[in-house]
Design a protein around this ligand. Structure first.
Ligand code: URA
Length: 210
């Protein structure tokens, strides 16, 4: 049985995350760090992909070489901040299909409101990795995974950069079979639903809209 929560504590990831947390880090640098970090996170979230051996010839001899088995992957970005993780994942998994779930957070109720959905066909036959840098209340992630299940997804993982205990607990309650991968589990949420210590609003940090 896969762990429900995996915290990826690689020093390179932790270092880049600390730079992203700093309020002094400008958007251009933040975006670049997130892109680099998502490539590193991709290693861990794809660690157990099945491998098949296929015969090929090197310049020296024949061998049975390992390739990733034909497992179809779908990367689903939870807009807008999800795109920050998506770009790096696509660098290392270029053949993955891509989908988008558009949710914004109602600032009063903190509830997610859907405004866009476009996903690849045959989600039921794919490993679906939903990406959102911030797992805060868990409301958006739960709503996005609900919609992906309605679209047929069965085998799912959630990738984020930072998680709050409240978001992890909510995901565990509603979608216990969806493993979560994150670079850090922070202390708590504040009254506005921000992760503390966190890094602020990930979308604003990426796009300079703060
Ligand atoms: N979304 C963000 O971008 N940041 C938080 O701290 C919480 C939700």
């Amino acid at each position: 049985m896969t762990n429900h929560l995996t915290i990826i504590k690689h020093p390179l990831i932790q270092h880049k995350l600390s730079l992203m947390r700093s309020k002094e880090t400008p958007s251009s640098v933040f975006r670049h760090l997130l892109w680099e970090t998502s490539m590193l996170l991709a290693y861990e979230i794809t660690r157990d992909l099945p491998i098949v051996k296929t015969r090929l010839e090197t310049p020296l001899c024949q061998m049975q070489a390992p390739f990733i088995e034909g497992k179809k992957l779908a990367l689903i970005s939870i807009l807008r901040a999800g795109n920050g993780l998506l770009n790096g994942l696509l660098e290392v998994i270029p053949s993955a299909r891509v989908g988008f779930v558009g949710l914004y957070r109602d600032e009063e109720t903190l509830e997610p409101v859907e405004y866009y959905l476009k996903v690849p066909p045959q989600l039921d036959q794919r490993l679906v990795i939903a990406v959102d840098p911030m797992l805060a209340t868990g409301n958006s992630s739960v709503a996005a995974i609900d919609r992906l299940k309605e679209e047929g997804a069965k085998d799912m993982r959630m990738l984020c950069l930072l998680a709050a205990p409240e978001g992890v607990a909510r995901m565990r309650e509603i979608h216990p079979e969806v493993p979560i991968f994150t670079a850090a589990l922070d202390e708590k949420l504040n009254d506005q639903g921000y992760i503390v210590p966190g890094l602020g609003d990930a979308g604003d940090r990426m796009f300079g809209t703060c």
